[in-house]
Design a binder for this molecule. Structure first.
Ligand SMILES: Nc1ncnc2c1ncn2[C@@H]1O[C@H](COP(=O)(O)OP(=O)(O)OP(=O)(O)O)[C@@H](O)[C@H]1O
Ligand SMILES: [Mg+2]
Length: 248
C-alpha cells in the first residue's frame, strides 16, 4: 500500500497554485503539510481525493495512476482515502446519526441497522461527542460539527486519512483530543495520515514528517527535530510563532 504524488501541477486561470509538487507517504506515518493561508493546501488534498483534477502530474495509489479516473471509478478510492474537510460538510437536513450512517450504508452496504448504530456511537465517542445522534447539525456548535464531520469520515475506516485543518477553531482541550485521536488511528489501526495545517505546534507534537509549502512549492521537508534547526525563513517564522504561543 502506497501513495505517491508526482509533479502535481494545478492552476486556476493564470494563477499557479501548485507547481510540480512531489512527495510520498509511508504506511502508518503522520505527515503534516504546513503553509500560510492561500498556499494551496486544500487544493492539494482535493486533488488527491479526486475533487479537483491536476493539470499535470500523477497521483499514484498502489502503483496505479488515479487522477484521471472517472467519478464512478473513484468510488472505491474514496473508501480507502477519507478526507475530513476544513468546513464541517454535514447534510443540514439529516441528523448526526443519519449523517454518519449515510457514508457507512454506501461503503458497508451489508451491515445491519444495529451495526450502523453501534459504529456511529463508537466513532462519535472517539471524537468526544455524546448524545448528539438525534440532533441536526445546526443544533451543534461549530467545533462539535467539525468533530461530527471527522467521525463521519473515520466511520468509513479508510486506510488514508486526509485532514484539512482538523483543529482550527477548536479549543485547546479539544485540539489535544483530536491530535491524540489522529495518533491513535495511526498507531493502532496503521492509518496513514496527511494533516494540512498552519499550526507548527501541533506538527511538532504529533508529526512523523513535516512538509512546508510556499508559493506552490515545497520549501522544507523533514522530521520535527530536523525542522527545528532549519534555516528556511518561513520555517523559522513558524517556529518563532510557536515560541510566542501563537498558531496563525
Ligand atoms: N475552485 C477554485 N477556483 C479558483 N481558485 C481557487 C479554487 N480553489 C482554490 N482556489 C485558489 O487557490 C489558492 C489556494 O487555495 P487553498 O484553498 O488551497 O488555500 P489553503 O492553503 O487551503 O488556505 P487556508 O489555509 O486559508 O485554508 C487560493 O488563491 C484560492 O483562491
Ligand atoms: Mg484550506
Amino acid at each position: 500500500m502506497s501513495l505517491e504524488i508526482v509533479g502535481l501541477k494545478k492552476s486556476f486561470g493564470t494563477k499557479v497554485v501548485l507547481n510540480k509538487i512531489s512527495f510520498g507517504l509511508k504506511k502508518g506515518e503522520i505527515l503534516f503539510i504546513l503553509g500560510r493561508s492561500g498556499t494551496g493546501k486544500s487544493v492539494l488534498l482535493k486533488n488527491i481525493v479526486g475533487l479537483l483534477k491536476p493539470d499535470d502530474g500523477q497521483i499514484i495509489l498502489d502503483e496505479k495512476e488515479i487522477s484521471k479516473l472517472s467519478e464512478k471509478e473513484y468510488f472505491p478510492i474514496r473508501k480507502r482515502c477519507g478526507m475530513v474537510f476544513q468546513q464541517p460538510a454535514l447534510f443540514d437536513s439529516l441528523t448526526i446519526y443519519e449523517n454518519l450512517a449515510f457514508g457507512m450504508r454506501k461503503h458497508f452496504p451489508k451491515l445491519s441497522e444495529q451495526e450502523y448504530r453501534a459504529r456511529a456511537e463508537k466513532y462519535l465517542q472517539m471524537v468526544h461527542l455524546e448524545n448528539v445522534e438525534e440532533k441536526l447539525p445546526q443544533q451543534l456548535s461549530f467545533g462539535m460539527q467539525k468533530r461530527a464531520s471527522l467521525a463521519r469520515t473515520i466511520a468509513i475506516e479508510p486506510e488514508y486519512l486526509l485532514y484539512d485543518e482538523p483543529t482550527t477553531g477548536l479549543d485547546p482541550v479539544t485540539t489535544t483530543a483530536i491530535n491524540q485521536l489522529i495518533q491513535q488511528l495511526s498507531r493502532q489501526l496503521n492509518v496513514t495520515s496527511v494533516v494540512v495545517s498552519h499550526d507548527m505546534k501541533c506538527a511538532l507534537d504529533i508529526a512523523d514528517r513535516i512538509i512546508v509549502l510556499s508559493e506552490g512549492a515545497i520549501v522544507a521537508e523533514g522530521t520535527p527535530s530536523q525542522l527545528k534547526t532549519s534555516e528556511v525563513p518561513l520555517v523559522k517564522e513558524f517556529l518563532k510563532e510557536v515560541l510566542e504561543g501563537g498558531s496563525q
